[in-house]
Ligand binder design. Sequence first.
Ligand code: PEP
Ligand code: MG
Length: 562
Amino acid sequence: MFSGKQSLSDRLVIMGEPIAQGFAVGRILHFQDILTRESTKRDLNAGQVEGELSRLKKAIDKAHIDLGDLKSKVTYEIDAKHAAIFSAHQLILKDIELFNDIENGLRQKLLNVEQIVQEVFGCWERKVRCADTEDFHERANDVIDVGKRLLKALAGDVKEFNMTDLLTDGVIFAKILLPSDTASLNIKNIKAIVTIEGTQNSHSAILARALDIPFVSKIDGDISAFPHGTRVIVDGKIGTIIINPWETEIETYTRLIQRRLTERRKVVRRACDVLLEINAKRIKVAANVSSCNDIKMAKIYGADAIGLYRTGPLYMDSPNLPTEAYLFDHLTRSLELVRDQDINLRLLDMGGDKRLPFLGAVECVNPALGLNGIRLLLKYPHLLEVQLRVFLRLSATFKVKISVPMVTLPKDMIDVRRYLLKEKEKLIREKIPFNEGIQMGAMIETPSALMLFDELLELSDFFNIGTNDMVQYVMAAGREDIDVVDYYKAGNPIILKALKEVIRKSEERGKEISICGELAGNLDFTKALLDIGLRNFSVQPAFIPYVKNKIFGFLKDSKVHG
Ligand code: PEP
Ligand code: MG
């Protein structure tokens, strides 16, 4: 651990938990979001204050108008209850006390307005958090949200300043990396991620593995003291960080990186050529994707299909509710790359830990047990109708099927099918083409779906098992909670037993069943999964060659009990 006695230029080794494999040699980039990051400080002279105040007024007006647009849209598309949060944000923005605080700060400190806005919002947030009221936490988050919006408006609506554009060999150092944070990173330039908090199953861990970026978490030490640009080595295999490494170490790791790249190319080439079969039944290794870029990777790595298309990012990256045209255009552009393949589009899986920016803060007593997946869509049917319509329209051109997330009761499937029928009827009336026989399947992610599987068999054309969620609900252990990782073990015998049962039943009925949770890409369990009858794997694109080669190895040695 960095003790303060050492110099910041001394070599230092820090241990952590390996989350995503691989090695990196790069430079530290401390990650902070727009509200807390150090922004460019400019000194003003007294004559420049009015100019800064006028920038502030314009930014407040701009942010106010944006919030108004958001409010009308959400009122129309969802309901007035969810739109109310934006009225509250407008009130904070136009609070005269807030304006006075910023103006006073400007006059006293003679610094650019961004600096003062950061300070004043930080101070307001602290005040609200200290207030002894029941809803203080929620209100502090509202203050943060408004502060971010104002800073973005001050930045002239340019895309949020992207720190990762600064270095081409950046190693992100952060306390925690949330899914919304990763959206603002220029992934191309990131060599590795290092965090203090984060688990194997967190969304950022999944993202890192998908992008083949080494990731070490739970590190034992204070990393904030090291300046941006400090040389660093990350070993995602054993979970070590070497700060200010020796030249010889840099040379060794550079060689390791090269060797890994060469091996990877070989593995990919081999995997793309191999055909996997057990008793004349094809074993498929499909890709989990959530963007056009993922689909490109899926092609490179030889995916047999798109086993899970997570549509959440299309919504999370958009400040407003995405329209039918927006969704259709974006998805069409992505799917063009896999015209000849089966594509499993998942209906929006939001709620819980995955929030929609335009829904504001949905109050939820227990996020993991609240309005998640299909429940949210059935509660706000407009969201569901638009997606079903888009997916149906896509089915005229692409081989798409529809997956329903977080099914708990057969009624969920019955209800969603009713909406599907209604959308089909509308398209027929409008003479818009679609595939009449489009398949719809339930995701098996809850204990209830496991227990009611016989009934779901009647209502689903196929199944995807989402082990990431299934494990958290079966084991009552949060997927992102470090304290309960010992309970959250995807490959434990209870889970495998449950999986075996549903795979058998589904196969007997001739209905395709796949696993698309992280377990499917865990090479330690490939053999166990084959043994319980799994024939359809859906994994991060970068894992496809490894899973295929592993399966190939078992088949060659006739080790699978098919
Ligand atoms: C799962 O739960 O296993 C799954 C694939 O869904 P997600 O990880 O997107 O919740
Ligand atoms: Mg899930």
